[in-house]
Every structure is written in structure tokens, then in C-alpha cells.
Write a protein that binds this ligand. Structure first.
Ligand SMILES: O=C(CO)[C@H](O)[C@H](O)COP(=O)(O)O
Length: 226
């Protein structure tokens, strides 16, 4: 599922995004290898005296934040001023996410934030949305959701775990169907259709969600404000 950007590109993107963070802020902490660089850099700044709280979007980002010494809070008591998160594909302000199977929590945190900064390497930037759409489903709904995805002209594939026998199980105990739709010309319509299927917990289409894209390059970073 994952496309390749270099560590250097991802680091440049992640570090650039953290410049938007200042004292007193609550920060949504995205998931994935690019967001991890932002968490690492925020940890260094916290050690140097930056006063922030983070809201993680997965077990991975919670652990990275703890390791980095970032104090944590929850959406029950705080609203993120900014969220910093990666993406699997970016077309303008619309994203496909879920390569790390964390898109349900990511969507909750990212859309709660006043501002969503996406961190990406150049391989993620596209002219058209054509990446398979991850759909998290309740385990009992795997077959029924697959049938409905096919009615929408999609091809669902249950995501298998690399490091265990059997399927990927999300942090919330759900399964993931990677759904191939070819080029998605109307993401808003597809998002609405997927959300309406019983048993769908969340899908990876983040329509019109991004406020800034920080694209890390070998030399530095390009920032697109939307
Ligand atoms: O959506 C995600 C996790 O669910 C990730 O943000 C997305 O897969 C990008 O990851 P990476 O920066 O490792 O390429």
C-alpha cells in the first residue's frame, strides 16, 4: 500500500509542519512514517521548553509521543489548534488516508482541528484520486460491505497483515477493505455512499479537509496553502 518517499523528504516535510506549533497549542498527532518525524521534532522542542499537549491518532503516535516526552490530552477536554498528519495520496485539499489503518481516529482528530497540515513526500501528490480507498469495517460486516462496494463499481480486498497470519486488525478492532475504484471523479459522492453502508466504521476519503500541504523534497520543502 505504501508508496516510497525518501526519509530525507519525509523529515523535511515533518519538520517544516512543526513550525506552525507554538506555546499553549493542542496538536493532533498523525500516524505514519512522515508524521513520525513531526512528532520527533516536537519532542525535541518540548525538551527545549515548548509548552504543548498532543492528541494522538493511533497506538503508534501515542507511543512515539510518549517516547518523545510530549504531554498528551484527549478530545474530551481539548480541541486541537492544529493537526499534523500524513497521507497516501493528495489532490488539492482532498486526501486518501488509511495506509496505516488509522484513518478512523485520524479523521476524528484531523477534522476537529482548527487547521490540518498535511505532510507528504512528492510521490503522494497526484493530479487525480486513484489510490485504493481504505474502508474500516466491523468484522461481522466484511462480506456485506464488500458486496455493497462492488455495487458501487469498486473492488474490495481484505488487507492482510505483514507480520501475522490473517487480516490487519485496527487499533479499534476493525478490519480494513482496500477498495479500488479506478479514478475517483466525485470524491464527495463516493464518500457519502461509503459512509451510508451499514458496518462501515470510516473510510479514507478526506474530502476538502487539508489547509496546508508541506511537501518535503531532497533540498527542503514546498508549502501549499489551500
Ligand atoms: O493515513 C495514514 C495512516 O492511517 C498515514 O498518514 C498515511 O498512510 C501516510 O503514511 P506515511 O507517511 O508512512 O507514508
Amino acid at each position: 500500500m505504501k508508496q516510497g518517499g525518501s526519509e530525507r523528504e519525509k523529515r523535511h516535510a515533518g519538520e517544516s509542519a512543526t513550525q506552525a506549533v507554538s506555546d499553549g497549542m493542542v496538536v493532533g498527532l498523525g500516524t505514519g512514517s512522515t508524521a513520525a518525524f513531526a512528532i520527533e521534532m516536537l519532542g525535541e522542542r518540548v525538551e527545549a521548553g515548548l509548552d504543548i499537549h498532543g492528541i494522538p491518532t493511533s497506538f503508534q503516535s501515542r507511543q512515539l509521543a510518549r517516547d518523545a516526552g510530549i504531554p498528551l490530552t484527549t478530545l474530551d477536554v481539548a480541541t486541537p489548534d492544529v493537526a499534523i498528519d500524513g497521507a497516501d495520496q493528495v489532490v488539492d485539499d482532498t486526501l486518501i488516508k488509511g495506509g496505516g489503518a488509522a484513518h478512523a481516529s485520524e479523521k476524528i482528530v484531523d477534522t476537529a482541528a482548527d487547521r490540518l497540515i498535511v505532510v507528504a513526500d512528492p510521490s503522494k501528490i497526484a493530479q487525480a484520486l486513484c489510490h485504493p480507498v481504505p474502508v474500516a469495517v466491523l468484522p461481522e460486516a466484511r462480506a456485506t460491505v464488500s458486496a455493497r462496494v462492488k455495487e458501487l463499481d469498486g473492488t474490495p480486498e481484505l488487507r492482510d497483515a505483514a507480520s501475522k497470519d490473517g487480516p490487519v486488525v485496527t487499533d479499534n478492532g476493525n478490519l480494513v477493505l482496500d477498495c479500488e475504484f479506478g479514478t475517483v471523479s466525485d470524491p464527495k459522492k463516493l464518500a457519502t455512499s461509503l459512509s451510508a453502508i451499514p458496518g462501515v466504521v470510516e473510510h479514507g476519503l478526506f474530502v476538502g479537509c487539508a489547509d496546508e500541504i508541506h511537501i518535503g523534497t531532497k533540498e527542503g520543502v514546498t508549502v501549499e496553502t489551500l
